[in-house]
Design a protein around this ligand. Structure first.
Ligand code: PLP
Length: 419
């Protein structure tokens, strides 16, 4: 049923639904991928740890200065999930984004292993940005004057033909942002072939870096614990041992604001980072690292804890998928992802409609991530991608919000088809 009369009937119904929606005076927020309070409660014992204990397994007094590399027992726990040998893994402050930001600043100001000059001394620095991607990666680039070159995502990872072409011909292309598992926002995990091509590809820049933001390494939403190829091993195997910087954190494992961030890379890169870090801090918060190690215990402990998160998150993702299917399934107005992990569902509406959907939703009291946030400089050329973050609202709020969003998608979509 797609003739003009049928479309007009659909539009009229959508208009009625929208008026009703606005009349409900909602105030709901679907913007950020934050854990909900009941997920934070899962880590409540952390608040009482480390108790009277303050010595690490190696008898370090965690209350004192020092220990830049981070507590070994915590690095041992995350070595497997992040695919980084313990010696090459640094446990740092409370945020991996901070480590990504600082790594870029250090690359600007201190010559990287394999480089012959600092990035700040070069005329142009560019990064490849697979899109849709994570807005805060783009924000760091914007702040530091790093040019962003969008590269399309496929269902296997970034379009490697485009990536290989761009890095081969231009020495000012210094890096690529990657969220290799359950990507933000598409939920895509990189295939082994993509990881291998990233590791193997010739780059014009001798100091090219893959910013491997494995933020969702253990954040599964199904029985399948998706595995990705080991990027550090692949890079070393192809003769590019310094190519990858691996990042991760416990932000969405324990407390989002009081977790531990990790950096992993080749021994030369780790020495480079620690040398720069030493100018910035006399050591990380080892008391926090100790309580994390005591709480999580080992890698199996991390997985068991993530199963508890999954039990809270899965019903929320299911509710979103159910409502999208019921309200939009047969309309042809939208498609969406059904991720196996991570924190997001990507809703793709008709080209040219995303901003208007977000605006209408805001007018009805439902705040969505700004359309375009998934692209460099907030510019989605198709104006089609909307990122949905189901984790933070209560189940009731979430259902109301998604139902409201679908009304907006129908209204804007049918208006567009009739225009
Ligand atoms: N990287 C990605 C891909 C994310 O989605 C997020 C948070 O949403 C972060 C990093 C933030 O990590 P952290 O809390 O460790 O700074």
């Amino acid at each position: 049923m797609s003739g003009p009369e049928a479309l007009a009937a659909h539009r009229d119904r959508a208009q009625q639904d929208y008026v009703e929606l606005v009349g409900r005076g909602l105030s709901l927020d679907l913007t950020r991928g934050k854990p909900a309070a009941d997920q934070l409660d899962l880590s409540a014992p952390l608040l009482a740890l480390p108790g009277a204990t303050y010595r690490s397994a190696e008898s370090v007094d965690t209350r004192n200065y020092g220990g830049l590399h981070g507590l070994r027992e915590l690095r041992e726990i995350f070595s497997g999930p992040l695919q980084v040998p313990v010696e090459q893994l640094v446990a740092a402050g409370n945020s991996s984004l901070e480590l990504m930001h600082d790594s870029l600043v250090h690359a600007m100001l201190s010559v990287l292993p394999g480089a012959d000059s600092r990035w700040v001394d070069q005329e142009r620095i560019a990064f490849l940005c697979p899109v849709p991607g994570y807005d805060r990666h783009f924000g760091v680039c914007e702040r530091l004057g790093i040019e962003m070159i969008p590269v399309p995502m496929t269902d296997q990872g970034p379009d490697m033909d485009a990536v290989e072409r761009l890095v081969a011909g231009d020495a000012s292309v210094k890096g690529i942002w990657c969220v290799p598992k359950y990507s933000n926002p598409d939920g895509i995990s990189y295939s082994d072939e993509v990881v291998d091509r990233l590791a193997a590809m010739p780059t014009a820049a001798p100091d090219f870096r893959i910013f491997w933001d494995n933020a969702y390494a253990v954040h599964h939403l199904t029985d399948e614990r998706v595995e990705i190829a080991d990027v550090l091993a692949a890079c070393a195997g192809h003769g590019h041992p310094d190519r990858a910087f691996v990042f991760g954190s416990t932000s969405k494992i324990t407390f989002a604001g009081s977790g531990v961030g990790f950096f992993g890379a080749s021994p030369d890169n780790v020495a480079w980072l620690l040398g720069n870090l030493a100018k910035r801090t006399i050591g990380p918060d080892k008391v926090n690292q100790l309580r994390h190690a005591l709480f999580l215990k080992d890698e199996a402990g991390v997985h068991a804890h993530m199963d508890l998160h999954r039990a809270k998150l899965r019903p929320k993702f299911d509710a979103v998928l159910r409502i999208l299917e019921a309200e939009l399934g047969s309309t042809g107005l939208a498609t969406w992802t059904d991720p196996k992990g991570g924190y997001f569902i990507t809703l793709k509406v008709l080209d040219g409609c995303a901003r208007e959907v977000v605006r209408r939703a805001a007018d009805a009291g439902i705040v969505l991530t700004p359309a375009g946030a998934t692209h460099p400089h907030g510019q989605d050329p198709d104006d089609a991608v909307i990122r949905i973050a189901p984790s933070f609202p209560t189940p009731e709020e979430l259902e109301q919000a998604i139902a409201g969003v679908t009304a907006c998608v129908r209204l804007v979509g049918y208006e567009k088809l009739l225009a």
